[in-house]
Design a binder for this molecule. Structure first.
Ligand code: XLS
Ligand code: NI
Ligand code: NI
Length: 446
């Protein structure tokens, strides 16, 4: 194929588990029905334009290693922006996934003034609109970059300087409108610098109030423009700040409830952010689903030996199957999906590495979906869980929950009924075996 990826077929197709073609899917078949729904519609996969097309492969010790001609210093930034879109839409449509995601500043260069940045973005969004119409690729979510420019070094909404708050608010207004214009299914706010480096210079009370005001303004503007997509906050405990306010799902939920925002915002959960917070990804997904704020996912993985957001491509079927089990059992995504917020390793400098990385991640997700669907269908986990809590459905359990019994009433009941609880097995290992058995069987059975 001509274009940026000349050695790649026009479309990555399903080759199956025995295929020897590296540029083919081993498990992902978009049209395959899983519990009555197409795989593509279950997973709602997106490619991100930042790590994959706007990052040159630099790290804190070295410059970029990747072949990304549009990032070269001698290229006019707006020409570069258009070349990047060509390559990105070629990539997404060749991969055959339905969605992409972007930040305002990964597609359009920052101008010398707010107005110039806005007009750069407007003309790039017009080009995006044409690419979307031509390829059929849709927007899973848009977001504003409120962390790269030096003005945001001390935060955006939580900056001690109200001018920075105003600048960030204006930037989000524009990007929310652009996302709406492109038919985005969601709008994400990741507060990478909404936190602190040291408490010695930080007023926590004020910063919380500022963040709440900011998010309220965004929610109001969503209504004003009639954007029906979901507003998502993306929890992360730290990096780049020492401490980020949106630490994890539970912290975000508490914040939303304190500020009467829990009906408007949901969460965009990232695998590596969960692990940085000291949680399993399964924990974050289960918590968000149990509390009604589950929204979308940034698929990636961390490195157990590294304490930062390495954003590697996912390759653990088990990790994703456990998350997908919760999602499938809860009825699936509404507006969310799996966005590949993932970075190649710095040495993966061939153009095609971007394909190999996404193909592997997508197959991992597809296989995890099959495992999850099998687990739901087989019902062993559900039956065990239901039986484990059965005591709460009626009798004593229902009486305790009804609020009709005081502590003295309960004491009397314990004595009168001769209550002597007998512990039972949690059966953890047996249940772990159930999961593994499904992992091993997922493809053979279909
Ligand atoms: C960084 C975040 C970022 C958000 C979008 O760690 O994951 O990429 O997803 O701003
Ligand atoms: Ni992310
Ligand atoms: Ni991240």
């Amino acid at each position: 194929m001509a274009g940026f990826f000349p050695d790649v077929p026009e479309r990555i197709t399903f080759g199956g588990l025995t295929s020897t073609e590296p540029l083919s899917y081993k498990v992902y078949e978009p049209d395959r029905l899983v519990r009555g729904t197409r795989m593509e519609d279950h997973l709602r996969i997106a490619v991100c334009l930042w790590h994959s097309f706007s990052w040159p492969g630099s790290d804190v010790f070295g410059t970029g290693t990747f072949d990304r001609p549009w990032l070269a210093p001698d290229v006019d930034p707006m020409d570069g922006a258009r070349a990047r879109l060509e390559a990105a839409f070629e990539f997404v449509s060749t991969l055959g996934v339905p969605f992409f995601t972007f930040h305002d500043r990964d597609v359009a260069p920052e101008g010398r003034s707010f107005a110039e940045s806005r007009s750069n973005l407007e003309s790039v969004v017009a080009a995006i609109e044409e690419h979307m119409a031509r390829t059929g690729v849709r927007l899973l979510w848009g977001t504003a970059n409120l962390f790269s420019h030096p003005r945001y070094a001390a935060g955006a909404a939580t900056n001690p300087d109200p001018e920075v708050f105003a600048y960030a608010a204006a930037q989000v207004k524009v990007m929310l409108e652009m996302t709406h214009r492109l038919g985005g299914a969601n709008y994400v706010l990741w507060g990478g610098r909404e936190g602190y480096e040291t408490l010695l210079n930080t007023d926590l009370r004020r910063e919380e109030e500022q963040l709440a005001r900011f998010l309220t303004l965004v929610a109001e503007h969503r209504e004003r423009v009639g954007f029906t997509g979901t507003l998502l906050l993306e929890p992360k405990p730290q990096e780049p700040t020492k401490h980020q306010y949106d630490y994890d799902t539970a912290t975000v939920l508490g914040f939303l409830q304190r500020h009467d925002l829990a009906d408007v915002y949901r969460v965009n959960l990232e695998v590596n952010h969960a692990t940085l917070a000291g949680h399993s990804f399964h924990h974050e997904v289960a918590t968000a689903l149990a509390t009604g704020i589950f929204g979308s996912i940034d698929a990636n993985r961390g490195d157990p030996q590294n304490g930062w957001d390495t954003d590697q491509f996912p390759n653990s079927v088990e990790e994703l199957a456990l998350a997908l089990y919760e999602i499938v059992r809860a009825g699936g995504f509404t507006t969310g999906g799996f966005n590949f917020d993932t970075k190649l390793r710095r040495q993966s400098m061939d153009r095609n590495d971007l394909f190999h990385a996404h193909i592997g991640g997508i197959d991992t997700l597809a296989r995890a979906l099959l495992v999850a669907a099998d687990l739901v269908e087989a019902g062993d986990l559900e039956r065990h869980r239901t039986a484990r809590y059965a005591g709460w459905d009626d009798g004593l359990g229902a009486d305790l929950l009804s609020g009709g019994l005081s502590l003295p009433d309960i004491e009397a009941r314990v004595v009168d009924d001769g209550i002597e609880p007998r512990p039972t097995s949690g059966a953890q290992e047996r249940l772990e075996n159930v999961v593994n058995q499904r992992i091993w069987a997922a493809d053979r059975e279909r």
